[in-house]
Design a protein around this ligand. Sequence first.
Ligand code: AMP
Ligand code: MG
Length: 318
Amino acid sequence: MKKTVFTLAIISALAVFCIMLAPKQASITDYAMNTVITVTARSPHADKLCQKALDEVHRIDNLMSPTAEGSDIYRINHAGKGSFTEVSPETYELIELSLKISEKTDGAFDITVNPLSELWGFTSENPSVPSKDAIKDLTQKVNYKNVLLNPDTFSVCLAQDGMSISLGAVAKGYGASQAAKILEDGGAWDGIVDLGGSICVAGNKRIGIQTPFKPRGEYFTVCEVSDTSVVTSGAYERYFKEDGKIYHHIIDPKTGYPAQTDIGSATVISDNGALADALSTAVFVLGLDKAEDVLSDFDKVSAVIYTADGRVVEVSGK
Ligand code: AMP
Ligand code: MG
């Protein structure tokens, strides 16, 4: 009798232990970096892990938001011409990467377009077409070469009056990959961090790529990926219509207007989320012909491009 009770107790304890360790799926949706963020994970501690990953995105947002007072980017933008601002190594690295992409794209990618993004109102609720003169005036101030770096002190300086920077084209990819790392380090079986089209997956996943200007969830292809970032840039992500014309949020630094491109959306796949994000924006501005050229400079990078006339073109890096 005693033996039976003892055996039953052991079996119950094992059952409780197994239930505690059984993976369950959790998903949290929130708002960060000016977009909707969804974190999904499978793990015995899925709720906690998703929350931790979300906290990481908010931490990076607070560090890099151009509007959050006291953030690294806010301090750089408000330091005044010629003043160096010390920033976190993470912010420094993303700015350094951005300047590298600017060099490689002959300025098609340029984080100093920020005053133009503000002028068009893409950072506000009510975007509208600005006057030609105002666009011309601010376009003259856009130049990544006037962002100066001091690697010894992780300091950044804007060398001209009226300049400001934004990491809008690169920080979401970084945030998604850092958050996915939290899921991985926390032992998640698998997970996805989706920051409004900047996606990073932990484990093996199938990721649908949105067809531009179609209802959300209508995919033109599905990519099978594992432990990597899949980042899409497209005109359809943020735009407004005025007099029947579409004006989107990705600016051509040379003209000051939304980039005229033969690309509907550019999706870049890379283990480096920040790089995938920067390149997806850069490829979108550059257009199909130059995409291959730019991507060929990078290891283990590939792209799926949906052209403006509805063709799907795959391009790979080195
Ligand atoms: P993404 O959604 O990653 O393609 O990035 C678009 C965001 O990057 C915009 O909302 C702006 O904040 C910023 N941006 C717009 N045009 C450019 C550009 N040519 N180079 C770098 N950043 C840009
Ligand atoms: Mg981008």
